[in-house]
Design a protein around this ligand. Structure first.
Ligand code: HPA
Ligand code: ZN
Length: 340
């Protein structure tokens, strides 16, 4: 029998705020697209692909992640990938998503920037029509590449200001501090993009502070290591800067030795605006509700904690205040129904 709080998790309306669309590529779709696009993969079966998903750190994963996305070639591929993700999470109570994409990982392979954006956006539009899921798109700069290349991506993004809402920073964190991208983030902010960044996933608390000070981020992706610095925690609480944590990702990339070591409950209790998300669900063994249920069990979260996480997912989103209020009202209606 399903745990009663997990039953609530299943139906609670929620937003997903930390999701790399390329990280939703399931092995079966990877193989089908490889066939469709005549791309050679070093894997013969879905089982073999899943066997490759043993990671000791972020870089181990990134190597497999960039290889996997080599099957994405045409606009239709990006559409299919995006729609498949929305179809899955529509059955998990997700009503709003703010998703990352990594254009440089595609343009480097000769895929046009517009092909990527057109495909993802048509997938998002179809998902809105079919499932009513609203969305915002976040373009990430790859931090292992030079800042000059990030400027090239930004210049492509400027032609899609109506469709790209925010800019982010992802890929290999250690040795690539936020300050490496100060100038391109300043330019992106001037162009009207909202800044966010991965920080404190493997890198130190100082990288989180740098993301706030140098990049002026409005949300921190992961942010786990911020908890090492009490002054930084106090600042994040005071500012109510959202943190988008990803427990199963942390576990699979050995950022934590077990789910019991996830900082989600500590962050909740400290008054941080923490949210739970899936990051790269195909690679890390679970979509959003699997993440909620995993921390619920490991950290002994109660019903109030779970409802707070769902509320935080909308409070920490880039929806307007009016939209947020209507999403929070939906949570109240859902919990009232559930408690009857
Ligand atoms: N961290 C950094 N870069 C990434 C991740 C992540 O979890 N997923 C995809 N790119
Ligand atoms: Zn991420």
């Amino acid at each position: 029998m399903n745990n009663p709080i997990d039953q609530l998790v299943d139906v609670l309306p929620k937003a997903e705020l930390h999701l790399h669309i390329e990280g939703t590529l399931e092995p079966e779709m990877m193989l089908a697209l490889a066939r469709r696009n005549k791309v050679e993969l070093p894997y013969a079966s879905a089982e073999e692909i899943r066997k490759a998903y043993e990671f000791d750190c972020l870089q181990d994963f990134l190597d497999v992640y960039y290889l996997g996305m080599s099957v994405l070639i045409n606009e239709q591929d990006f559409h299919d990938l995006t729609f498949a993700y929305l179809e899955k999470v529509s059955a998990q109570g997700v009503t709003h998503v703010e998703i990352f994409f990594d254009p440089q990982a595609h343009t480097e392979r000769g895929i046009a920037f517009d092909t990527v954006v057109d495909g993802i956006c048509s997938g998002l539009e179809a998902g809105h029509r079919e499932f009513g899921i609203t969305s915002k798109l976040i373009m990430c700069f790859l931090r292992h590449l030079p800042e000059e290349q990030a400027f090239e991506a930004l210049s492509c993004a400027c032609k899609h200001k109506d469709r790209i809402f925010a800019v982010g920073l992802d890929s290999s964190e250690n040795g690539h501090p936020p300050s490496k991208f100060s100038r391109v983030f300043a330019q992106a902010r001037r162009e009207g993009f909202v800044p966010v960044a991965h920080a404190g996933e493997e890198g130190p608390a100082a990288y989180v502070a740098e993301a706030l000070d140098d990049l002026r981020v409005e949300r921190v992706d992961h942010g786990n290591r911020a908890l090492d610095d009490p002054d930084l925690v106090a600042r994040l609480v005071r500012q109510q800067t959202p943190l988008t944590m990803c427990p199963l990702s942390n576990l699979r990339l050995k950022g934590i030795p077990s789910l019991e070591a996830s900082p989600v409950k500590t962050a909740l209790d400290a008054g941080l605006l923490v949210t739970v998300n899936s990051d790269d669900p195909s690679y890390f063994g679970g979509y959003i509700n699997d993440n909620y249920k995993a921390v619920r069990k490991a950290l002994g979260l109660d019903e109030n904690d779970v409802v707070t996480l769902a509320r935080n997912s909308f409070a920490g989103s880039f929806l307007s205040d009016r939209e947020k209020q209507s999403k929070l009202d939906e949570i109240d209606e859902c919990t009232d129904r559930f408690r009857q």
